[in-house]
Design a protein around this ligand. Sequence first.
Ligand SMILES: Nc1ncnc2c1ncn2[C@@H]1O[C@H](COP(=O)(O)OP(=O)(O)O)[C@@H](O)[C@H]1O
Ligand SMILES: [Mg+2]
Length: 345
Amino acid sequence: MQGRIDYDPAQRVALQQLQKLQDQLLTRTEFKKKSTLQKWRLPPVCRSLYIFGEVGRGKSMLMDLFYQNCPISQKRRVHFHAFMLEIHDFVHHWHQQHDSDAILALAQHIIKTHQLLCLDEFHVTDIADAMLIVRLFGKLIDLGLTVVTTSNYHPNELYRGGLQRELFLPFIKLLQENTDTIYLTGNKDYRCNQEPAVKTRFFFPLNEHASEFAQQHCKQLTNCAPMHTVTLHVLGRQLILSAAFAKISLTSFHELCVQPLGSSDYLTIASHFETIILTGIPRLNSELRNETKRFITLIDALYEYKVRLICTAAVPLDELCDTDDVIDFERTHSRLLEMQSARYI
Ligand SMILES: Nc1ncnc2c1ncn2[C@@H]1O[C@H](COP(=O)(O)OP(=O)(O)O)[C@@H](O)[C@H]1O
Ligand SMILES: [Mg+2]
C-alpha cells in the first residue's frame, strides 16, 4: 500500500462487518466487567468471520486494520502456518508428559487467554493438519472463541481432493453454521499496482538500507510470519539453512557461497524454494575465486528452477565481477539481469 486506499465496494462491505464485530467484542468486554446483578441480559454474540477471495484482494490488509484497531487486550494475530506449527509442537510436548487429551487442553488454554484470534491464510493440505483442525477448531467454536480468518478458498473448497476428506466435512459444516462468510469479490489484484517496488530485486550498496530492503521483501512475501531454520536432505547429508518460511528463504552469500557447498546442494535448494533472498554479495575478485565459482553454480541452479531471486550486493550488477580468471561469469551476469525482469517471473 502506498499510503492511499482505493475505493472498493466489496472491501467496504467487509469493513462494515468487521466494524460490527469490533463493537460486539467491546460490548462483551464491558459486559464481563459488570457485577452478577447487572448481568440480567445475555452477553452479546460475537460471530466469527471468514474472509475469502483471490490473492491481492486486500484480505490481510482488512484483517490487520481490524486487528490493530480492535481495543481489546486478549487478542492475537498469527499466520496460519505458524499457528499449525505451534499446535503440532504443543501436542508433541503434551503427550510426552500427560495421558490426557492434548487438543482439549490446548483449546482450554487458548480460550482462557484469548477472546479474539485472527488467522491469516487459512488452508489445509495434509491429513494430519486436517484432523487437528477438525478437533481443535470444533472445540474453540464450541467454547465461544471469536476467530477472524482469511483464506483464498471458499469454505466448501477447503481440503478439496484431500485424503479422507469425508472426515473433514463436519468441520466445514460447523464453520458455515458458526461464522459469517465474506467474499471479497473485487477483480483487482492490488499487489500488481506495486510493481515498481517489487521490480527492484537487486539492491546495492551494502548499507543500512540494504538490510531494510531485504527485511521488507521478506515481510511482504511471508505476511510477517516468523522464519525458522530448515533442514534439507541432500544425498543422505543434512543441509541447514538459517531462515526460511514455507517456500521462501532468507539467506546470504556467506551461507551459500562461502560455505563449501556444491551443485547438489544448490539444486536441492532451488527445487525446494520459490523465492530466495540472498544478502551480502561482495564484489567478486580473484581472491574470491572459489566463492565466485559457487555463486555461478548457485545462479545456474536458481535460474534452472525459475526461482525468484532478490539480492543485496556491494556494487551494481555490471560491476559485480572484477576478475577475468572466472570464465563463466558472462552467463551469470546475463542470467542475473534476466532474473530481474517481469518476464522471468
Ligand atoms: N483498496 C486498496 N487500495 C490500495 N491498496 C490496497 C487496497 N487493498 C489492498 N491493497 C494493498 O494491496 C496489497 C495486497 O493486499 P493483501 O491484503 O495482502 O491481499 P490478500 O491478503 O487478499 O492477498 C497490500 O499491499 C495492500 O495494502
Ligand atoms: Mg493475504
